[in-house]
Design a protein. Structure first.
Length: 186
């Protein structure tokens, strides 16, 4: 291959944006990123254990409910983004609050799915959603304090969890007679 052809082939890598992205990615601890990403997907596994199914499909939902395909796409994007953010700040001085909020959101995110889909407690899920939303907001703000890229990486999550909270609230309103799952029958 001629030298000029190689340059044209590698042109995207020569762009300023590509170099900036590479600099952000290279300035994080990759091992920590993998640990955080595994943590996210472990939390997300509750979605496989407690799938929406026919019960959820039968619920009354607002017209602005995201389509089913949007949920795995959004969560996969969020998992990679928040893992990136956590890895970016992991070795920074003063990261304790940011990482505490990161851990808090992981815990409440893990808890919400079994409460909503597993126990079918629509209002109970709102009690989980509140600290989840607070923890995501706290993580977003704390990440911004430490690192702009980490804060920006949390923005899709705060947007998504706000939509999810509104959806949870509205579904609970539209379905006041839905009974929680009777675990004694299982």
């Amino acid at each position: 291959m001629q030298r000029g052809a190689v340059r044209r082939h590698l042109w995207p890598l020569n762009s300023l944006a590509s170099w900036k992205i590479a600099a952000y990615v290279l300035s994080m601890d990759f091992f920590v990123f993998v640990i955080l990403l595994v943590t996210c997907f472990a939390a997300g596994a509750t979605g496989a254990l407690f799938q929406p199914g026919r019960w959820y499909q039968a619920l009354n939902k607002p017209v602005w409910t995201p389509p089913n395909w949007a949920f795995p796409l959004a969560w996969t994007t969020i998992y990679f983004s928040v893992s990136f953010a956590g890895a970016r700040v992991a070795d920074m001085e003063g990261n304790a609050i940011a990482l505490a909020f990161w851990a808090m959101q992981a815990g409440f995110s893990t808890l919400w799915t079994p409460v909503f889909f597993g126990l079918r407690r629509l209002r109970g899920a709102l009690l989980v959603m509140l600290p989840l939303w607070v923890s995501v907001l706290g993580a977003t703000l704390a990440m911004f304090e430490l690192d702009r890229a980490a804060g920006l990486a949390f923005l899709p999550y705060i947007i998504w969890v706000t939509i999810a909270a509104a959806l949870n609230y509205r579904v609970a309103q539209l379905n006041p007679t839905v009974a929680p799952r009777d675990l004694s029958a299982d």
